[in-house]
Design a protein around this ligand. Structure first.
Ligand code: SDX
Length: 392
């Protein structure tokens, strides 16, 4: 058994590393990036400032932030040959699969991003992916919608540029809506890091073999895709739409969620760490009200979501298991109000989580952590003699 006597499925009680990046307190519902409260950052900072904070450990001054953004803009062109890979996908391809593939493919066009032992090499790989990733995000959406690709506009802010690349219609000027920019900026900040969640642990373990940064991020995107993780924000909207189609009977769906036979999970509820309200869900719920009102969007789905939340908060099964709305429960309602297709919701989560993945990968590499290689408890067959095929 290799000297291991107990295992910890899903690593529920295993600490994989020491990290100075993000602090969570699951009992108190606390989330801090580099010591700053998420509530402060969501209100007072912008996404690029938070990306800098997570990756380099301090809030940037004006000069540092300008240089960071300039360096990112310098590398926001994606090699034209990458379009040939995009073209090879069927329109029905899920954008997370497109994003994961194109992110890994970027290695071929940026070979210097692989052997990054010096901080300077690391910085160069980091600004490259921060520049190119938003283009891949927009291209994944344009592919889904059958729209021509767009490279964006370096005179715009980081989030404004993403929105323009996603939404600009051919032969029309794109009008920046500050409400949408502010709402997306806040959503991306709230998704930016979350200590050793499934996709971040994936980025760390792939990066621990010294595979390149882009390959490590591609693996993280694949892990995030799952409906138990980032894919939940898409699953929440599909669940809420199903409840609406079924007549809006939230009690009936609550009953399904507790029915052990049909393993139906109430998507957007529960969390491995938060055994109290997810602080991000609180902020997003408030923002959902504001954004829908500001955009003049009436969406019955929001009412169904609030109804479901009330049911769950007063239901013994959920209260006993400390199941509260998580970050994915309300985010999709805002994405939908912005006109983002539901298949793109998890891609927006990946865009937000990118700086966190980068920060955690960089911390792991700078600390020269060993390659990740856990052991097991062997429960298979003892030694047995080989049988020729005629004797099987
Ligand atoms: C994210 O880790 C992170 O930080 C992730 C994330 C991040 O920022 O990176 O916060 C983002 O992934 C948020 C979570 C999004 N996923 C979902 O909303 C999917 C629905 N949630 C569940 O699948 C679940 O709550 C998890 C995956 C989030 C957590 O699962 P755990 O910690 O492994 O808990 P568990 O599966 O052991 O559940 C404990 C009990 C079980 O019941 P019993 O066997 O004890 O009777 O609670 C039940 C579960 O059946 N349960 C649910 C439920 N979640 C847990 N029952 C109904 N609906 C749910 N959503």
């Amino acid at each position: 058994t290799g000297g291991v006597t107990t295992i910890d499925p899903g690593y529920k009680n295993t600490g994989s590393c020491e990290s100075a990046i993000t602090f969570l307190d699951g009992e108190k519902g606390i989330l801090r990036y580099r010591g700053y409260a998420i509530e402060d950052l969501a209100e007072k900072a912008d996404f690029l400032e938070v990306a800098y904070l997570l990756i380099f450990g301090e809030l940037p001054n004006k000069e540092q932030l300008d240089k960071f953004h300039t360096d990112i803009k310098k590398h926001s062109v994606v090699d034209d040959d990458v379009k040939k890979i995009l073209d090879a996908f069927p329109k029905s391809a899920h954008p997370m699969g497109v994003l994961s593939s194109l992110t890994s493919a970027l290695t071929a066009f940026n070979p210097s991003s692989v052997n990054v032992d010096s901080e300077e090499d690391m910085y160069n790989a980091i600004v490259r992916i921060l520049g190119k990733f938003p283009v891949l995000v927009a291209w994944a959406m344009r592919k889904k919608l059958g729209l021509p690709l767009d490279y964006g506009d370096s005179s715009l802010g980081y989030v404004e540029n993403v929105l323009k690349m996603m939404f600009k219609q051919p032969n029309e000027d794109y009008k920046i809506n500050p409400i949408v920019v502010d709402a997306l900026d806040k959503l991306l900040i709230l998704h930016a890091d979350h200590e050793q969640n499934c996709s971040t642990s994936t980025v760390r373990i792939v990066g621990s073999s010294h595979a390149g940064l882009f390959a490590s991020l591609s693996a993280g995107i694949s892990a995030l895709w799952g409906p138990l993780h980032g894919g939940a924000n898409q699953a929440v909207l599909e669940m809420l739409e199903a409840i609406k189609e079924d007549g809006g009977d939230t009690k009936k769906f609550m009953g399904k969620a507790k029915d052990k036979e049909d393993p139906f999970r109430l998507m957007g509820f529960g969390h491995r760490v938060y055994k109290n309200f997810d602080p991000r869900a609180k902020i997003i719920k408030k923002s959902a009200d504001e954004v829908l009102e500001d955009l003049g969007v009436e969406d019955p789905i929001l009412g169904i979501a609030k109804g479901l939340e009330q049911e769950a908060l007063n239901d013994d099964y959920f209260v006993k298991r400390k199941l509260y709305p998580n970050v994915d429960f309300y985010s999709g309602i805002i994405y939908k109000a912005m006109g983002i297709p539901v298949e793109m919701f998890t891609v927006m989560f990946a865009l937000g989580r990118l700086p966190g993945w980068i920060a955690q990968w960089r911390e792991m590499r700078l600390k020269k952590e060993p390659i990740g290689r856990p052991r097991q408890v062997y429960v298979g067959e003892n030694l047995r003699d080989f049988k020729t095929i005629d004797n099987r």
